[in-house]
Design a protein around this ligand. Structure first.
Ligand code: ZN
Ligand code: FE
Length: 274
């Protein structure tokens, strides 16, 4: 598969249509991964979240005329870190990642745990432990820009597979992410939208919000919008995994009296076999 040497600028606006402090670029990498560039125009600071492959990220930096200062890592899987060492060597950027995962990440300049902060220009990002897909997976939430980088925890219409954690751990991680402010924009690690949409329809096909979203997705895909970037409010209404606490979803999957985590575990198991 040939790489797509193109980064996609994503404009995040609020109700008053003011552009947010960070400029966000989604950089397609490998088959369906994204790296994200965040640039603070006031200070000139630029960071990248995950580096599946160094070349497309460098290409995007050059195209924008940005100098990279920081590399933020969400988790240890190769498709999120394989380009880190090359990019560090080329730019001298500082590498931030989870202390819990330091034995299986490239060498860290800053080891992080839940509640720590990452400063990019004048903005502070908060670190959330979102274990489940892996143990030690972290997310970065930048409240001023209203961006949350969730990689393989919360994904567009889906969530990551449970390679290391339990359903209870993933449910607790998703619950943390669901509690972020309504206007948060989720930037996830992959475009799995087609498979995720098919699964969502199979368990929640009569949800009008889901139907409307999938129709919109088809138009957005034609416009070349990055499918891995989605408003949290829309995820809450349409992502079947986030709806595990909804009595209507519990009834649909035949578990009306079950706990939220049990319904989540059931949905995740269904998706694994889908
Ligand atoms: Zn992963
Ligand atoms: Fe991944």
């Amino acid at each position: 598969m040939s790489p797509i040497w193109r980064s996609l600028e994503v404009t995040v606006t609020d109700e008053s249509e003011k552009t947010m402090p960070f400029v966000l670029h989604a950089v397609p990498c490998l088959a369906d991964n994204y790296a994200y560039l965040i640039h603070d125009p006031a200070s000139g600071r630029t960071a990248v979240v995950d580096v599946p492959d160094a070349a497309p990220v460098q290409q995007a930096l050059t195209a924008q005329g940005w100098t990279l200062h920081d590399i933020l890592i969400t988790h240890h899987h190769n498709d999120h870190i394989d380009g880190v060492q090359d990019l560090r060597a080329a730019t001298g950027a500082a590498v931030w990642g989870a202390r819990k995962d330091s034995h299986r990440l490239p060498p860290l300049d800053h080891a992080l745990a839940e509640g720590d902060t990452v400063t990019i220009g004048k903005e502070q990002g908060r670190v959330l432990d979102v274990s489940g897909h892996t143990i030690g997976h972290i997310a970065f939430h930048f409240p001023d820009s209203r961006l949350a980088f969730t990689a393989d925890s919360l994904m567009a219409l889906g969530c990551g597979r449970l390679f290391e954690g339990t359903p209870e751990q993933m449910w607790s991680s998703l619950t943390k992410l669901m509690a972020l402010p309504d206007d948060t924009v989720i930037c996830s690690g992959h475009d799995y939208i087609k498979g995720n949409a098919s699964f969502a329809l199979s368990v929640d096909g009569d949800n009008p919000d889901l139907q409307a979203r999938i129709a919109q997705c088809k138009m957005d895909a034609e416009d070349g919008k990055p499918m891995a970037v989605v408003p949290l409010a829309l995820e809450r209404q349409t992502n079947p995994f986030l709806r595990a606490a909804d009595p209507r979803m519990k009834a649909k999957v035949g578990l009306p009296g079950a706990s939220d985590a049990e319904v989540f575990a059931h949905l995740r198991a269904l998706k694994d076999k889908f």
